[in-house]
Design a protein around this ligand. Structure first.
Ligand code: ADP
Ligand code: MG
Length: 574
């Protein structure tokens, strides 16, 4: 009856869990401790999946990948002070990538504030720089309101990270159930479309292009624009170039993909349509010498402030990429037209692709040992399941791997991204595995790591084994950062001197058996030195769906990329 009900109490922890559940949060990644353990337990009791990680940084990377893969924020739950500070890297990375994320941090008790409380830190202020929204609810009653606002802010407009601070004394505080009102689930973001006149102008610029190019960014992947963009490419026979995480929006093996002639395509295009890709360092700022000085950019983006960064665009289309692409299709459909497949531009691009592919293939066919990057990636590509997720980080490992490893599905590549962050790989792989298990069981996550990159979050292998996730880790091992030394050079070097005096800063211990990190926790480990061993171990790993594996692939410590026309960070001719 009413009198009884009105006395029923509920803890702050349960209110937080219920507020997250009401907002459709499916996954929490974190590390428990004072004061957030109860929150994790309460969330799990409501059916939210909890994945315990080994470092908050990796937990935060994982939660941010959930946002990119599902369009709703994953939660990263951390303890006060150092726990929250470890998560800042993940927040910055999510915000730079424009991925939704919700971080919930415990903080010290309100009545001990400024007294030097346990793990006290100005957390709301600290997070401001890394987020779109950072707040502490003023009472337990305000928690559902603030959590709804944080979830909404993370997915509306340009997606990004949000932070909600929970003082320790909230967690076990009991309040009357009837005093709590849960906000309704926040709807998906409203779909915005571009101005009609701008769409007409864009269509006319595209029709008049001599050397057009579409650039497909991770914004297009996030916007689920694959269907409309593929139609645009195919109907009008336009060459396209994916950015690293734009790979797979239209499959890499599509005949109109000019990824293998990237530099050439950028350098000589006269009209470029940018679908959710910023003109930052990844796209060389849109400036000469990497582009024509008078190239016309058509920018499609959901963020108005982005339009006009570094170049003056010919046309700006502000809106949701999928909706705007449909507008473009409608406009172009009005007059029959397609870009001539026999043009000189297509010929130039095809020739360049052929010669670049031949150069990579030649390097890949080298029989010398230790293997080079190209040999490794060609053998991996041969066995890569079409529907797998590819996670990758490392310098050469990521850059060369990207040119050889193909993506056939959108949102199936996760890498160091806009911020160039090393250490994201295992967290991303864990997030992708958890999502794949729920939504598309049977899919593999292939995580291609440099040996240095692997080290940043190597202990997450225990997490992978604990939850028995469908992950195959490939550690491409050159004994160092960029480059390393072989065992003999190493021994010679240390003969008369202390290691700290002579070991070059980029060197890591040669011949490290990273595969034993996997076997330590019950997974399968392989140490491979030849193409045959690589092929065999990968075949065995893919055949065994009961266990994760780590294949430690020894390569030439001094291996590098094939010759490039430009230095990757070139900004100008100066
Ligand atoms: P890449 O690294 O692939 O070049 P960026 O991260 O630089 O991609 O750019 C992604 C862009 O996509 C951002 O400017 C972001 O504002 C935009 N974006 C994100 N979601 C959408 C969407 N739904 N519709 C339109 N633009 C979007
Ligand atoms: Mg290395």
């Amino acid at each position: 009856n009413f009198a009884e009900r009105s006395e029923e109490q509920v803890s702050g922890a349960k209110v937080i869990a219920q507020a997250l559940k009401t907002q459709d949060v499916e996954y929490i990644f974190g590390i428990v401790g004072i004061p957030v353990t109860e929150i994790a337990i309460a969330a799990q009791q409501l059916g939210i999946k909890y994945i315990g990680m080994r470092n908050e940084q990796a937990a935060c990377y994982a939660a941010s990948a959930i946002g990119y893969l599902t369009s709703r924020p994953g939660v990263c739950l951390v303890v006060s002070g150092p726990g929250l500070i470890h998560a800042l890297g993940g927040m910055a990375n999510a915000n730079m990538n424009c991925w939704p994320l919700l971080v919930i941090g415990g903080s010290s008790e309100r009545n001990q504030e400024t007294m030097g409380a346990f793990q006290e830190f100005p957390q709301v202020e600290a997070c401001r720089l890394y987020t779109k929204f950072s707040a502490r609810p003023s009472s337990i009653e305000a928690i559902p309101f603030v959590i709804e606002k944080a979830v909404r802010s993370s997915i509306y407009g340009r997606p990004g990270a949000c932070y909600v601070d929970i003082p320790a004394d909230f967690v076990n505080l009991q309040v009357n159930v009837n005093s709590i009102k849960y906000m309704e689930r926040c709807m998906s973001p409203p779909i915005s479309m571009a101005e009609t006149s701008a769409v007409c102008m864009a269509a006319s610029v595209i029709r008049n292009a001599k050397q057009p190019l579409l650039i497909i960014g991770k914004g297009a992947a996030y916007a689920h624009a694959e269907e409309s963009i593929k139609k645009l490419v195919e109907q009008y026979k336009l060459p396209f170039l994916p950015t690293p995480m734009g790979k797979g929006v239209v499959p890499d093996n599509h005949p109109y993909c000019v990824g293998a002639a990237r530099s050439r395509a950028l350098q000589f295009a006269d009209v470029i349509v940018l679908f959710g890709a910023r003109l930052n360092w990844i796209l060389h700022f849109g400036l000469p010498p990497r582009y024509q000085p008078d190239v016309k950019f058509i920018q499609v983006d959901i963020c108005a402030e982005e339009l006009g960064n570094n170049v003056k665009p010919a046309v700006t289309l502000l809106g949701n990429i999928h909706a705007v692409t449909k507008q473009l299709l409608e406009e172009l459909d009005k007059t029959p037209w397609q870009y001539p497949p026999e043009s000189k531009w297509w010929k130039t691009l095809r020739e360049k692709m052929k010669s670049n592919e031949a150069a990579s293939k030649e390097l890949a066919s080298k029989k010398s040992l230790p293997m080079n990057y190209y040999t490794v990636f060609y053998h991996v590509q041969e066995q890569l399941p079409r529907d797998c997720f590819v996670v990758s980080e490392g310098a050469n490992t990521m850059d060369i791997g990207r040119t050889v490893l193909q993506n056939y599905l959108p949102r199936h590549r996760l890498d160091a991204g806009t911020f160039g962050t090393m250490g994201v790989g295992l967290g991303f792989a864990i997030a992708a595995a958890v999502v794949a298990k729920d939504r598309s069981p049977g899919q593999w996550i292939i995580c291609v790591e440099g040996d240095s990159a692997f080290g940043f979050s190597g202990m997450e292998v225990e997490t992978i084994c604990r939850y028995n996730l469908p992950i195959i880790l490939l550690v491409v091992n050159n004994n160092g950062i960029y480059q390393g030394f072989d065992t003999d050079t190493w021994k010679e070097m240390l003969k008369f001197q202390d290691a700290t005096a002579v070991v070059p800063p980029m060197c890591l211990l040669p011949n490290s058996h990273y595969e034993q990190v996997m076997t330590a926790f019950g997974g399968k480990g392989y140490f491979v030195q030849t193409p045959e061993e690589l092929q065999k171990s990968l075949r065995q790993s893919l055949a065994d769906t009961t266990k994760p594996s780590l294949i430690n692939i020894m390569i030439e410590p001094q291996a590098t990329r094939k010759a490039q026309d430009f230095h990757w960070l070139t900004r100008s001719n100066m």
